[in-house]
Design a protein around this ligand. Structure first.
Ligand SMILES: [Zn+2]
Length: 415
């Protein structure tokens, strides 16, 4: 049994700030403390006092239950398990108290891996953190490309995507959306392949657009990705699934990046991929990565994924950059671009979950998910209610600017 309490943290996350005899975990600006030997909260308070790290008056004992970390898409976990007490609510991330009665019901199954992950909250875990990146001197050519991102063009494409009614991977709407996106990318001058993929026993597709730089040495490929498909979990392939935020917002972002970078002569290759089968379990991205031979994997310098970039979950417009150790350098680049070319706040996490960056990371390719900030969550994800009404164009615009700047910086670099 553990005892814990949530309180705001003013210090970086090191065990140094935890009172002796206590464990901790960070979720953004909240640090959760609990006794490392199962002692009650009074003991934590005494240890804090004698250790010179007094807890604040008003801190209260947490529930006596093993703390469990949930990572969810939207509010899917809470929708399915409304009776599970939530100790800390950070939208994408929850700390919950799982009692015996819940454990019997909440156990791993395919659906959970798609919609949420449940795991013990281990001591010393940084689930995510807010960072304050330092801006660099803007590069004029990169600044011009960031400034070329158009709110009108973005809105037009997003409206078209939502207009298909559903982009369920196995639907006619998806096929039409994929064909329209492929046409749009071809018209911009890219070499486009619509590659079939398996989604369970059905068939869907990835749309892959490429522009190979004329003179390349050494070679590097900058990859921008987003999933094109949508889903209505309660309905079937024909049910309304406008998927405005998830993931019309990211797919429209990719097509806007394609437009902005279409005419730029770069030193490195640009590849843009709209995946199918994401909502059913990352089928498109998994099969894509599997199709790459070792040399093709090594060619990839960076993968910037967009999935849900248009729902405001934070007091100020915020992007969460989610990757793994292999992508720390790219996270830093994205954070610097955010500080230099946008007014976005930045959160980071090294706990990759459930989007198309994961298969790349699993293959040791530097990939980062760029997603709306994590303090709260889009309630309407995976329902008919994920409509244009919930879209915040300014947030999407900021994230697309950051990604254009990051891609352009890498594409124009000497080496
Ligand atoms: Zn998504």
């Amino acid at each position: 049994m553990r005892t814990g309490v949530a309180r705001p943290a003013g210090e970086p996350d090191t065990a140094r700030i935890a009172p002796p005899g206590t464990d901790w975990a960070r979720l953004g600006d909240t640090v959760l403390y609990w006794a490392d030997d199962g002692a009650p909260w009074d003991a934590v308070r005494d240890r804090a006092r004698s250790g010179g790290v007094p807890l604040e008056e008003g801190d209260a004992p947490g529930p006596a239950a093993d703390a469990t970390l949930v990572t969810q898409v939207g509010r899917v976990f809470q929708r399915e398990h409304p009776d599970v007490p939530v100790l800390v609510d950070k939208g994408r991330y929850l700390v919950v108290a799982l009692g015996e009665e819940h454990r019997a019901r909440i156990r791993p199954r395919e659906r959970e891996e798609v919609c949420y992950r449940v795991e013990p909250l281990r001591p010393g875990t940084v689930v995510f953190r807010g960072v304050t990146p330092v801006a660099r001197e803007p590069a004029p050519d990169v600044q011009a490309l960031a400034d070329a991102v158009s709110a009108d063009a973005y809105r037009d494409v997003l409206t078209e995507l939502v207009g298909f009614g559903t982009r369920h991977s196995l639907s006619e709407g998806f096929r039409e959306a994929a064909a329209a996106a492929a046409d749009r990318l071809r018209a911009l001058g890219y070499v486009v392949t619509v590659a079939p993929i398996d989604v369970g026993s059905g068939r869907s597709a990835n749309v892959v657009a490429e522009r190979v730089a004329p003179h390349r040495s050494p070679r590097g490929v900058v990859v921008v990705t987003a999933h094109l498909d949508s889903i209505n979990l309660a309905g079937g392939p024909a049910a309304p699934a406008p998927g405005a935020d998830d993931n019309g917002s990211g797919a429209a972002g990719l097509l806007e990046i394609a437009r902005v970078l279409a005419a730029v002569r770069t030193r490195h290759d640009l590849r843009l991929i709209l995946f199918g089968g994401e909502e059913e379990g990352l089928f498109g991205s998994t099969q894509y990565v599997t199709s790459l031979d070792p040399a093709a994997r090594l060619d990839i310098a960076a993968v910037v994924n967009m999935d849900m970039i248009a729902s405001v979950n934070t007091p100020e417009p915020t992007v969460l950059l989610e990757g793994a150790e292999v992508s720390q350098g790219l996270i830093d680049e994205l954070a610097t671009a955010a500080a230099t070319y946008t007014s976005l706040k930045v959160q980071t996490s090294l706990r990759p979950f459930n989007s198309d960056h994961v298969p790349f990371i699993d293959a040791s390719i530097p990939a980062v998910l760029t997603i709306e900030g994590a303090d709260s969550a889009n309630q309407n994800v995976h329902t008919a209610g994920d409509t244009l009404d919930g879209v915040d164009e300014d947030l999407a615009h900021g994230i697309v600017r950051m990604n254009v700047a990051t891609a352009a910086t890498a594409l124009l670099a000497d080496a």
